[in-house]
Design a protein around this ligand. Structure first.
Ligand SMILES: [Zn+2]
Length: 238
């Protein structure tokens, strides 16, 4: 019984953190402070009532609409909050404490980056630097022979995507290439291959669903949200 209460509180904490990370990512690309200023409706700009700010539950209680203007709130918010909370909890329960902390921090940085990419199709360099510093920190704490393989692979994949970017001008963006290179350095060839495969499969599913619903094909997809969704799954595929 006590375990259920413990994991419920932990899950709620992860959902709150996800909500905060989404705010950090979205506000940073809009040059707004993520510490000062109340959360407001993107449509009418009025402050969101405290009850509606509760992760996941707030969305359900307000019927997915702003209480002031009744404009719909994007469903990506409760989905990302629930996704982050569930998979962080699973990572926490599956791996050792030190391993799970590392994986969850990666997941947190990816959540911030996904929110930025979603909001403005742009990922500020400071997040790439944060991710890189974290990867370097991880290798410093756990030095191993893998670093050479991972580094060579990261350089290779970076060059490959740069070449693809020259060939397909509307293809993958510079921010995506930097993020994938850093993730390749952290994860190595096998996990990165799976990460890209799962993420691109999600994009393909999105295109098929849009086509099925008769929606016009989007000119470009923000790639980081798909990396965010693919990231925790690779630990269970491999
Ligand atoms: Zn509103």
């Amino acid at each position: 019984m006590l375990y259920i209460l413990y994991y419920t509180i932990l899950g709620l904490l992860f959902a709150c953190l996800a909500s905060f990370f989404m705010v950090v990512g979205a506000r940073t690309v809009q040059n707004q402070s993520f510490i000062m200023g109340r959360s407001h409706c993107d449509h009418c700009q009025r402050p969101i009532p405290p009850l509606a700010l509760i992760p996941i539950l707030g969305y359900l209680l307000s019927n997915g609409r702003c209480q002031s203007c009744q404009h719909s709130i994007p469903i990506k918010y409760p989905i990302c909050e629930a996704y982050f909370a569930i998979f962080s909890l699973i990572l926490f329960m599956t791996f050792s404490l030190s391993e799970s902390v590392f994986y969850i921090i990666y997941f947190a940085i990816l959540t911030i980056m996904a929110a930025s990419d979603w909001s403005d199709q742009w990922i500020p360099d400071r997040f790439q630097v944060l991710l890189l510093l974290f990867v370097i920190g991880q290798f410093s704490l756990n030095p191993s022979g893998r670093i050479l393989t991972h580094s060579l692979f990261a350089v290779g994949i970076c060059l490959l995507f740069i070449l693809l970017n020259f060939r397909f001008t509307n293809g993958i963006g510079g921010g995506d290439i930097k993020t994938i290179t850093i993730l390749a350095l952290a994860l190595g060839p096998y996990q990165t291959a799976w990460l890209l495969f799962v993420a691109t499969s999600f994009i393909l599913c999105h295109i098929i669903i849009d086509k099925y619903r008769g929606r016009p094909l989007a000119k470009g997809f923000p790639f980081l949200p798909y990396i965010f969704f693919a990231y925790p799954l690779i630990f269970y595929i491999l």
